[in-house]
Design a protein around this ligand. Structure first.
Ligand SMILES: [Zn+2]
Length: 186
């Protein structure tokens, strides 16, 4: 059971449960845990720069019931992970993920400040493009605004180029005007 899903995440840590119930994913759920670890958890870990302690990954329907998970919980499909960033505040980690959300292929990012963990999930499929961040306080979900993506580097280079061009034109214009005044004064 030491199967590695990605460089920093093992199958064992993604299926453990404190409920005492059996919690064995099928081949499909294991494949989804691999997709979750590779496409989302690794980039999240790199961005945070800290270890992530996994509280809950895959949950069998019985485990999900026992922990009062949502009826449609993506944990049952192996598509969600609850984690604690080690040595970093959960709000600090959440805000860093929100600020860089355009680089992270998550479906839902939820912070539970009073329970001290972050839930993150991948899209169910290509048609499931929802990208949202929520804060859960006292059991209530509040949407958290995601900033717009920064402009691509090409657009930035073009606009700074045009700013330089305008600045150069302004200098040339000032010199031209200066020369005219100098000539008129003579
Ligand atoms: Zn969760």
């Amino acid at each position: 059971m030491n199967t590695r899903l990605s460089p920093h995440f093992t199958l064992a840590e993604m299926i453990k449960t404190s409920t005492g119930l059996p919690n064995n994913p099928g081949a499909q759920q294991i494949a989804e845990l691999g997709r979750l670890a590779t496409t989302l958890l690794e980039p999240v870990r790199a961005l945070l720069g800290v270890r992530m302690h996994v509280n809950s990954g895959y949950r069998s329907p019985a485990v999900n019931d026992a922990v009062q998970g949502s009826r449609t919980s993506q944990h049952m499909a192996g598509q969600a992970c609850d984690f604690v960033p080690v040595g970093m505040s959960v709000m600090g980690a959440f805000e860093r993920l929100v600020a860089n959300h355009h680089r992270l292929p998550f479906r839902q990012l939820i912070v539970y400040p009073d329970r001290g963990f972050i839930h993150i999930s991948i899209a169910r499929n290509a048609a499931d493009e929802k990208h949202e961040a929520l804060v859960n306080i006292g059991g209530n979900y509040q949407p958290y605004p995601l900033p717009d993506a920064p402009p691509p580097p090409a657009a930035q280079a073009k606009s700074s180029g045009s700013a330089w061009w305008k600045w150069g034109l302004g200098i040339a214009g000032a010199f031209g005007l200066g020369a005219l005044i100098w000539r008129a004064a003579r």
